[in-house]
Design a protein around this ligand. Structure first.
Ligand code: ME8
Length: 518
């Protein structure tokens, strides 16, 4: 976060398929960090969207017998409504077919061309449409298949325009060396450093229109369209508002990005798209003379049965299905808490139920115990007492929570908040409010214990709201607040006399249907 502002992004997802749990994970992660920064008082700009050009989209549209634009309109609407239903608080949903974006792409490429970074040549090699990637002979799997997705590749020989990426190899390596936190976690940084040990090739940035019509025409040769990855990466710049393609070269904003959201503070991506983000994108920006994004957070894959969850493998869990039974927040919590940020994790129904059980038994149980004790012992009103009973536990939690969030270990931050709930449950066992309530001489102690418990619940609500905005709002309302208090407000304590209602189970028991649906 710089100067109280934070610009963060998800990848823009291909408009060729429906949103699935992998997309949802990245988007929840961005949403949780965005909410965390907002809560800390920052101005946040959270960007997501859809990637709508390229051969993959053109072919999917043809397969469905519709125009590519119609497919993109349909899928962009699907993503937007999925994100709205899942409480994603994005500020901008970008679609790469927007005219404004296409003009930024053209202005960017025109600038690279003027700066001597573009040349044309004949490309001959192999191409995988699904991954939208070129491969060399030695990369290929058995029977001329794509080493990433296993599909057959195509032999291609055509004129392409190239970006002189090789020129920037040393500059990029120097940047990665000098900025240890630029790519997190470290394993991904090391992967990029390893990649940069070998000579960096130039990057093909175009496709002939004779082969692919669905793309942004090159400003210097309209018979060619921009390679989808090049156009896609530029979405982050378009949305920042830094570039005004309507101005003549020299006045479009490339030399002064102040007043815009550029540079981006945090790009969040999956490890499958590390190279475009850690190599193509920064070198393109360097060539254009633009500042680089401040950080790249690279997360792992959700696996199912040991393989990456992906539409083509047919092992995808639809997050919307889980939501119907368990609610959005349980899904958000599971994904964010279960996956160590940066590593891979396996989705299993058993682990999902274990995490759900923890929400119900630790947090849900704490909330209902506290609300029913306040109802029973102090007539449903928050007692007028300092409520400092769990002070040191709260202090330790805040330290570890902020430390983990800062280091992008969101799962650890959430775990520290859950641990505070466990501490609060133990505090109840230890202080036995039911015993204190029997002794009028200990009325002061009882009030202090209950005030401490209400306070700690509000702190927990403030710590967990980035992951579970809906449930934590329900909790805060049950404790007499209009909405989830900021951490600072939660810490100053509870309002004496606030009305605490009986909080219905936050995470109700769910009847699990068997295989046969019975
Ligand atoms: O790559 N586990 O789009 P895409 C975790 N359009 N995350 C996953 C996942 C899984 N099993 N599957 C997908 C593209 N993701 C390009 C991006 S950006 C300028 C262009 C997430 O629809 C993860 O964030 O294939 C991954 O990087 C992204 O979805 C890929 O989405």
């Amino acid at each position: 976060m710089t100067n109280g502002r934070h610009y963060l992004t998800t990848p823009i997802y291909y408009a060729s398929g429906d949103p699935h749990i992998g997309h949802a994970y990245t988007t929840f992660l961005a949403d949780a960090l965005g909410r965390y920064y907002r809560q800390s008082g920052a101005r946040v700009f959270f960007l997501t969207g859809t990637d709508e050009f390229g051969q993959k989209i053109q072919e999917e549209a043809a397969r469905r017998g519709i125009e590519p634009q119609a497919l993109c309109d349909r899928m962009a609407a699907r993503f937007e409504s999925a994100w709205r239903e899942m409480d994603i608080r994005y500020d901008r949903f970008i679609r790469t077919t927007e005219t404004g974006h296409q003009r930024v792409v053209q202005a960017f490429l025109d600038r690279l061309n003027r700066r001597g970074y573009i040349y044309d040549d004949i490309y001959s090699g192999w191409y995988c449409v699904h991954e939208e990637r070129y491969w060399t002979e030695k990369d290929l799997g058995p029977d001329a298949t794509c080493p990433d997705c296993g599909r057959p590749v195509r032999r291609i020989e055509e004129k392409n325009y190239f970006f002189r990426m090789s020129r920037l190899q040393d500059a990029l390596r120097a940047h990665v060396d000098a900025n240890p936190e630029w790519i997190v976690p470290e394993i991904r940084r090391n992967e990029v450093l390893g990649f940069l040990e070998k000579p960096l090739a130039d990057l093909s940035i175009s496709r002939p229109r004779s082969r692919l019509r669905w793309g942004v025409p090159l400003p210097f040769d309209p018979e060619h369209v921009t390679y989808v990855w090049v156009d896609a990466l530029m979405n982050y710049l378009t949305a920042s508002g830094a570039i005004d393609p309507g101005q003549p070269p020299g006045g479009q904003g490339f030399d002064d990005v102040s007043g815009s959201w550029w540079p981006c503070d945090l790009h969040i991506v999956g490890k499958d798209i590390l190279t475009p983000h850690a190599v193509y994108w920064p070198t393109l920006l360097m060539a254009a003379g633009l500042p680089l994004p401040r950080q790249l957070l690279v997360h792992g894959w959700w696996l199912s049965g040991g393989a990456k969850m992906s539409k083509s493998l047919g092992n995808v869990v639809d997050p919307l299905d889980l939501r119907t039974e368990f609610g959005t927040d349980a899904v958000r919590w599971y994904l964010l808490r279960e996956m160590p940020t940066g590593a891979d994790a396996s989705y299993t129904p058993e682990r999902f139920l274990t995490r759900y059980g923890e929400l119900a038994n630790v947090l849900g149980n704490l909330a209902s115990r506290v609300s029913s004790m306040v109802a029973r012992y102090t007539e449903g009103s928050v007692p007028d007492a300092p409520g400092s009973g769990l002070e040191s536990a709260i202090g330790a939690t805040l330290d570890s929570y902020h430390e983990a969030m800062g280091a992008r270990r969101v799962h650890e931050a959430l775990e520290s908040a859950m641990e505070l709930a466990r501490r609060a449950n133990r505090y109840i066992e230890k202080r036995e409010p039911w015993a204190l309530a029997k002794d009028p001489a200990r009325r002061g102690d009882l009030e202090e214990v209950l005030a401490s418990l209400v306070r700690v619940l509000l702190v927990i609500a403030a710590l967990m709201v980035p992951a579970m905005p809906r449930k934590m709002t329900e909790l805060a309302r049950g404790l007499g607040c209009a909405s989830v208090p900021s951490l600072a407000e939660a810490l100053t304590g509870v309002t004496a006399g606030a009305r605490v209602g009986k909080i219905p189970p936050l995470f109700p028991r769910v009847e699990i249907r068997g295989e046969d649906g019975a």
